[in-house]
Design a protein around this ligand. Structure first.
Ligand code: SF4
Ligand code: F3S
Length: 103
């Protein structure tokens, strides 16, 4: 599962679509954790899509990640500022790739 303490244990190495990227990253195999309030571990995500379908405020956007070992699509939390902390995405993800930190 995603490390809930990633902000302490990792370093912010980049920004993509206005979303922080927490390393290490070594594309295309290692893509890091994307987002802060709503964080998706791209290296765990298998592109299931339940999070994107269930989010009531449309926080996520599909992004292509060709040649990543787990899946060739991921969900960018591009509108994480819209998140209402309902926790649906956290609950539905089959591989526990998402961390939402209310407050
Ligand atoms: Fe969307 Fe709820 Fe997840 Fe926030 S916690 S990103 S509102 S599904
Ligand atoms: Fe990925 Fe989990 Fe969503 S596998 S697409 S973060 S439901």
């Amino acid at each position: 599962p995603i490390d809930p303490n990633f902000e302490t244990n990792r370093e912010k190495v980049d920004e993509e679509d206005g979303v922080a990227v927490w390393g290490p990253v070594d594309p295309p195999e290692k893509l890091g954790i994307h987002g802060t309030h709503v964080a998706v571990d791209f290296d765990i995500c298998i592109g299931d899509g339940a999070c994107l379908e269930d989010c009531p405020v449309d926080v996520f956007s599909w992004v292509d990640t060709p040649d990543h070992p787990e899946s060739d699509v991921k969900v960018q939390p591009a509108r994480e500022d819209q998140c209402i902390d309902c926790m649906l995405c956290v609950d539905v993800c089959p591989v526990d790739a998402i961390d939402v930190d209310p407050g």
